[in-house]
Design a protein around this ligand. Structure first.
Ligand code: CP
Length: 319
C-alpha cells in the first residue's frame, strides 16, 4: 500500500482488522521496521486523538514523529495552480510538499472540509495537492470527505465487541450539534460498514435533509424514524454532520435526536460508539455515554492500532 487516503486503499479491511488485533497483543514487535524513518504530521485543524495516537503508533514502530500545526505555525499555503501570489499566501503547496518530502519518509495530513464550496471539498484540495506534489507516501488523518483511520479503529472495535450473531445490525445515527460539522466521519464509517455487507445490516438514520453523499451510502437503509432504526440494533454509532444537499448548513438542532437511555432500550443491548470529541447532553445523554455499553474509550484506544497497522503496511511497501 503506497498511500492511505481512504478505507478502500486497504487490500482487505477484514484482514487488516485481524492484523491490528494481533499487533495490539505485542505493539513493540516491529520496532525495526521504522528505525531511522521519520513521519511528519501536518495539522491544518485541531486534534487530540489523531495527533497523539498517530505519534504513539509511529513510536511503536520505531519511527521519529515530527508535528507541525500549519494553522498557527506554517506559512499560509496557496493551492491553486497559476495564481499570481500577491495576496496573503506566502508559499505554494508545490514547494512545501516537495520540501517536507526531503525531511520525512511519510507525510500525514489533517485538513477538514471548509463546508463552503462543495466541489472544492469533494476534490480534497489539501490532501490531493500533497498527494500530487509530495514524493513520499501520504496518510489521511481526516480530510474533507473521509476519516479512514477512525473508520478502521471503529471496525477493530466492532470486531472486538460483537455479539455471536450471523448478521449484526449496525446503525449510524445523526445527532444534533450547534455548529456545522463535516461529513468525513459519517462517510468513512458508512463506507467501512458497507464493506462488511455479508456481516452487517447497515441502517443510517437522520432527519430529512441530512442525507450524506449517496455515492458513499449506497446499499444502506435510510430510516428517518430514529427509534425504528434503533430497534434490535447491536451497535449505535452516533455523529453529527451538516447538510450535504444544502451544503454545510445546520438546518436542524432538534434535541429529540439526542441519544438517550430510552432509545438504547429498544436496541438488542447495543454498544454505544462515537469517535469523540462529543458534546455531552447535546449529542448523547450522560446516562448513555457513562453506561457499561459505551465503548467510546476503547474506540479511542484502537486509534493507535489502526494507525499502526496502516503505517506498518506503508513501511513494508517501502522496504
Ligand atoms: N476522533 C478524532 O479524530 O479525534 P481528534 O479530532 O481529537 O483527533
Amino acid at each position: 500500500m503506497k498511500h492511505y487516503l481512504s478505507i478502500h486503499d486497504l487490500p482487505s479491511i477484514k484482514d487488516t482488522v485481524k492484523e491490528a488485533i494481533e499487533i495490539k497483543k505485542n505493539p513493540l514487535k516491529d520496532q525495526a521496521l521504522g528505525k531511522n524513518k521519520t513521519i511528519g504530521l501536518l495539522f491544518f485543524n485541531n486534534s487530540l486523538r489523531t495527533r497523539l495516537s498517530t505519534q504513539k503508533a509511529a513510536l511503536n514502530l520505531g519511527m521519529e514523529p515530527i508535528v507541525m500545526n500549519f494553522g498557527s505555525e506554517g506559512w499560509q499555503l496557496e493551492f491553486e495552480d497559476g495564481t499570481i501570489m500577491d495576496q496573503g499566501k506566502s508559499e505554494h503547496v508545490k514547494e512545501a510538499a516537495e520540501v517536507i518530502s526531503q525531511y520525512c519518509d511519510i507525510i500525514a495530513i489533517r485538513a477538514f472540509a471548509g463546508l463552503e464550496d462543495k466541489e472544492k471539498d469533494e476534490a480534497e484540495e489539501v490532501l490531493s495537492a500533497f498527494t500530487k506534489y509530495a514524493t513520499v507516501p501520504i496518510l489521511n488523518m481526516e480530510s474533507s470527505v473521509g476519516h479512514p483511520l477512525q473508520a478502521l479503529a471503529d471496525a477493530i472495535t466492532i470486531e472486538e465487541h460483537k455479539p455471536a450473531k450471523k448478521k449484526l445490525k449496525v446503525v449510524l445515527s445523526w445527532a444534533p450539534h450547534p455548529r456545522a460539522l463535516p461529513h468525513a466521519v459519517g462517510n468513512s464509517f458508512a463506507e467501512m460498514a458497507l464493506a462488511h455487507e455479508d456481516d452487517f445490516e447497515v441502517v443510517i438514520t437522520h432527519p430529512k435533509g441530512y442525507e450524506l453523499n449517496p455515492e458513499r451510502t449506497k446499499g444502506a437503509t435510510i430510516e428517518y424514524d430514529q427509534k425504528k432504526a434503533f430497534e434490535g440494533a447491536d451497535f449505535i454509532y452516533t455523529k453529527n454532520w451538516s447538510s450535504y444537499n444544502d451544503y454545510g448548513k445546520v438546518a436542524n438542532t432538534d434535541s429529540s435526536w439526542m441519544i438517550t437511555a430510552d432509545k438504547m432500550a429498544v436496541t438488542d443491548n447495543a454498544k454505544f460508539m462515537h469517535c469523540l470529541p462529543v458534546r455531552r447532553n447535546v449529542i448523547v445523554a450522560d446516562e448513555v455515554i457513562d453506561s457499561e455499553n459505551s465503548i467510546v474509550i476503547k474506540q479511542a484506544n484502537n486509534r493507535t492500532y489502526s494507525a499502526q497497522v496502516v503505517l506498518k503496511k506503508i513501511l513494508e511497501e517501502m522496504s
